[in-house]
Design a protein around this ligand. Structure first.
Ligand SMILES: O=C(O)c1ccccc1NCC(=O)[C@H](O)[C@H](O)COP(=O)(O)O
Length: 261
């Protein structure tokens, strides 16, 4: 069984447990549920650099990235650096994240926040909104077309942006629909962890121009972004390259300075 299948099996159990602890109606009473959201897609369209910076402590492909930072400092640093949005991993078992990370990031910055999660149930979208998210991620590799439609339409009804992630042509063809805002190409194969930026280049011409194009994973140089921009990419999701440093905000600031110069 590959890691993605394992993550999804664990996630189903986790979500059932969460539902039994905090029922939906209680999530809908959160103060943040009424908050006016910020659009990541709009920020990317208006930006020259298009950086979405991630908070990532560890991952299945890289056991430890950085365990010593606090989310507040990371969020403030990213906002000061001028990123377009922040991605917050909320999975605990495989990435060491939590919904508390999302709350702390929300309290520390006004950036559009992406809940980076393996969404397999409506409940997680309501939860995302209740914890201050602006954007949800849907991963085509773990969802049917019907689920993508159901989840993206629910997210849009809550004024959340939707980033749909694909890794190959088949996933892309299955997923295209009007309820998506951004189409992300993950350069990492989530089943084998192989990373190749050519994936973004290859798939770019198949993505209709109605969607904001985002390239995700394995980006560590300004040159990589300069190579991807002519393919129509407006957003670049970067995790490890910033998080492996002592001051991710400063790394992001230098990166953006070099990109825009
Ligand atoms: O990063 C992993 O090892 C991973 C494994 C299995 C599923 C998802 C995984 N990562 C999630 C992401 O998409 C990345 O955290 C994100 O794109 C940033 O990537 P990077 O800049 O390479 O840290």
């Amino acid at each position: 069984m590959n890691i993605l299948d394992k993550i999804v099996i664990d996630k189903r159990k986790e979500v059932e447990l969460r539902k039994s602890i905090i029922p939906l109606f209680q999530l809908e009473q959160s103060v943040l549920f009424e908050r006016k959201t910020n659009s990541l897609a709009q920020n990317l369209i208006n930006s020259k650099s298009g950086i979405i910076a991630e908070h990532k402590r560890r991952s299945p492909s890289k056991s430890v990235i950085n365990q010593s930072l606090n989310v507040q400092d990371v969020a403030r640093g990213y906002e000061k650096a001028g990123v377009c949005g922040m991605s917050v991993l909320t999975d605990g078992k495989y990435f060491g994240g939590s919904l508390d990370d999302l709350i702390v990031a929300r309290a520390s910055s006004n950036l559009p926040l992406l809940r980076k999660e393996f969404i397999i149930d409506d409940y997680q979208i309501i939860e995302a909104k209740a914890y201050g998210t602006d954007v949800i991620l849907l991963i085509a590799a773990i969802l049917t077309r019907e689920e993508i439609k159901q989840f993206s339409e629910l997210a849009k009804s809550l004024n959340l942006d939707v980033l749909l992630e694909v890794h190959n042509q088949e996933e892309l063809h299955k997923s295209i629909m009007p309820s998506l805002d951004m189409l992300g190409v993950n350069n990492r194969n989530l089943k084998t962890f192989e990373v190749n930026l050519e994936t973004s280049k290859k798939l770019s011409k198949l993505i209709p121009n109605d969607f904001v194009k985002v390239s995700e994973s394995g980006i560590s140089t300004v040159n990589a972004i300069k190579e991807l921009q002519p393919y129509g990419y407006k957003g670049f999701l970067i995790g490890e390259n910033f998080m492996k440093t002592e001051l991710p905000g400063d790394s992001a600031a230098n990166f953006i300075k070099n990109l825009e110069s």
